[in-house]
Design a protein around this ligand. Sequence first.
Ligand code: ZN
Length: 144
Amino acid sequence: MSDLTELYQQLILDHGRNPRNHKALPDADCRLEGLNPLCGDRLTVYLKTEAEYITDASFEGAGCAISMASASLMTEALKGKTLTEARELFEKFHQMVTQEGDQNSAQLGKLAVLGGVSAFPARVKCATLAWHTALGALNVRCSG
Ligand code: ZN
């Protein structure tokens, strides 16, 4: 178990230091800024959609390793998903980081590395910031 924990920590550090998709998407059709004042994490999420599909995702911003790793992993996870799948994924992710011992992590692939956050309630907002922002961006688009 400690090996696995170490592997997870390495993945979080890797994504935190070298976030994937850390750039603006000039032709994005949804973008929204998110802020976690408790920690000082601030990011902008960009999503490109085509019909029901998210075809591209990226983010810009700065924050702690957890928030950057979560945004990085999220943008990877969202590409190719439908809007419905993206919302379902967020539900599962949210349960995983807020409920210790939650069983959803097996269905979350790489996102499961953030499951350990459930033991640190103060960091949950760091892990969910990118997701709240992405879902907010989708809602703006879908209502418009
Ligand atoms: Zn943070």
